[in-house]
Design a protein around this ligand. Structure first.
Ligand SMILES: [Zn+2]
Length: 187
């Protein structure tokens, strides 16, 4: 009986800092995302190409565009503000990027970090790539940099994707805030 109680308590505990990192690199999660977003257009159903080609940036959650890269809010965030920075070309390997593509990729990442810092005041960021399914990439054909803002004590944020109806709404609000922030920056 005590064992059962202990197991229940363990399941109820907030997600630990370790777990959020496990999920950041978890292959099954991106596979799930691919499944959800697959067939939305783009090259071979690539959801990043679909975002790149979208007419409506708000609907596609595209935050900013540069000639060779763009930034899009992750529809299935590991944390609030989780953004993907993506080369416009459908390329899977870092070594295939031309200098101009790398520059735009890093410039887009810089702009996202600056924007999120200013508007969301995170205490830190996890920024990184997964290359290959063995490393947890769910969409290895189109490389993307994860930018995940972190807050002290954020470890229990969004432990599971329990209610997908709530998330698009909050994402839409967040998108509006970030885009307004970008517009303010340019003024
Ligand atoms: Zn693609």
């Amino acid at each position: 009986m005590r064992n059962v109680q202990r197991r229940l308590l363990r399941n109820l505990r907030p997600v630990t800092r370790g777990n959020i990192m496990e999920r950041l690199w978890a292959p099954w999660r991106m596979a799930y995302i691919d499944g959800v977003l697959g067939g939305t257009g783009g090259e071979g159903g690539c959801f990043l190409c679909a975002a790149r080609d979208a007419d409506d940036d708000r609907q596609a959650l595209v935050l900013l565009r540069r000639p060779h890269a763009f930034a899009v809010l992750n529809r299935f965030p590991y944390n609030n503000g989780h953004t993907l920075v993506v080369p416009s070309a459908h390329k899977g390997d870092l070594e295939d990027l031309a200098d101009g593509e790398m520059l735009d990729l890093m410039a887009a990442a810089r702009d996202v970090v600056a924007l999120v810092k200013r508007l969301m005041r995170p205490d830190g960021f996890n920024i990184g790539f997964n290359f290959g399914r063995a490393a947890g990439a769910g969409l290895p054909e189109h490389l993307h940099m994860h930018i995940v803002p972190r807050w002290n004590g954020d470890s229990n944020f969004m432990p599971v994707l329990a209610d997908t109806k709530v998330i698009p709404q909050s994402l839409d609000d967040l998108y509006g805030r970030l885009r307004s922030g970008l517009a303010g920056e340019k003024r």
